[in-house]
Design a protein around this ligand. Sequence first.
Ligand code: PLP
Length: 452
Amino acid sequence: MQTKILLDESEMPTQWYNVTADMPNRPPPPLGPDGKPVTPEMMGMIFPPDILQQEMSTERWIDIPDEVRQILSLWRPSPLYRAHRLEQALATPAKIYYKYEGVSPAGSHKPNSAVPQAYYNKKAGIKRLTTETGAGQWGSSIAFAGQMFGLEVEVYMVKVSYHQKPFRRSMMETWGAQVFASPSDRTASGRKILAQDPDSPGSLGIAISEAVELAMQDPHTNYSLGSVLNHVCLHQTIIGLEAKKQFAKAGDYPDVVIGCCGGGSNFAGTAFPFLADKAAGKALRLLAMEPSSCPTLTRGHFAYDYGDVAGLTPMMMQYTLGHDFTPPGIHAGGLRYHGDSSQLSQLVHDKIIEARSVNQLDTFRAGVTFAQAEGIIPAPESNHAIRGAIEEALRCKEEGKQETIFFTLSGHGHFDMTSYDRFFAGELEDYPYPQSAIEAALKHLPDPTKMG
Ligand SMILES: *Cc1c(COP(=O)(O)O)cnc(C)c1O
């Protein structure tokens, strides 16, 4: 009975897969403040040329530079596991597999994009990167990647997480980054929020405004984003590409592919490489799992919206809860984002990808079931994917089907144990997102047709 399906370092993919090439409907272009498509010059203020090219590319395959593969090989290829013990615990006829991204230095999938982003910025002569971080996963990934290529890194960390997750900050500082609680008084965007609400807990949208503002002001500073954008989803496809090779080794193939979804990058990275097979007629389901408290794909509006609170980013077509969304304090910080990747949103809109939301308490129950069966303690974000896999496995049991279920375990939960403590103490709650807030968001959406 095989448990671990491993690849040699030499079997690590040499190219990323660009889903744009295979989309029946490509997302409409990002729009600038005048309501017209943003020019490469505008984007060039905060991104290096290679990243911009990848953002707009329609090529199916894009080479992974050797310098990037060398750093990725510190932990890649990541293992694919057959979850025999979870299958037994659920008494399901289904076969469950998971790809474990917690083996990276930062403990999640995020370094898969942080490393190439740092590389391309270094190559373009950039000295410093600014970024935002929620739970600290992206911040620590870019701190690590910046250190690998000798770049300075400034991280704007959502204030509530800054205080809740002090060890994530220590990690970033160990890798040489500077970390500021956001909203901070270092930027106009931060000062404006603080003037309105000195006790603002912060949000990803606010932190993005701060990091983008600084990058726009300094030619030696660029901005880097840990999810949502096409190039981030592209870099993450190394997950699904490796998984396909591992399934070939195992002599199996998934019927359903599952990932948790915040901005969409680990889900995209997992699912997009399988999408080509689906387009070619393979019966295959792709399922994105999100929190009921931040139900972007399942209940959001499909519309143009900003990526940040201040409206400094271009408007992108996406599912959104409104760029001024303030999320409830759920414990899967990495999933508290108002919007989603344009590519993923379009594919959900076109019914090629399914989305489902789950309550916080059910995700922790799933995470504990998983940890007790398989050993690994998952990140609260990853628990959403596990919950999805368990729901599918129980459906298979009811229907008596031996389907193959595959999900990405996006990270470990070693820095999230206070959340588990609170779950065990009965202090966590479900936060169903109110319909009134969904409707209110509509009023704040920008209308690109009335700009310029
Ligand atoms: C950031 C994060 C996520 C969610 O981000 P995506 O861009 O949707 O992948 C999921 N899991 C973990 C462990 C994370 O750190």
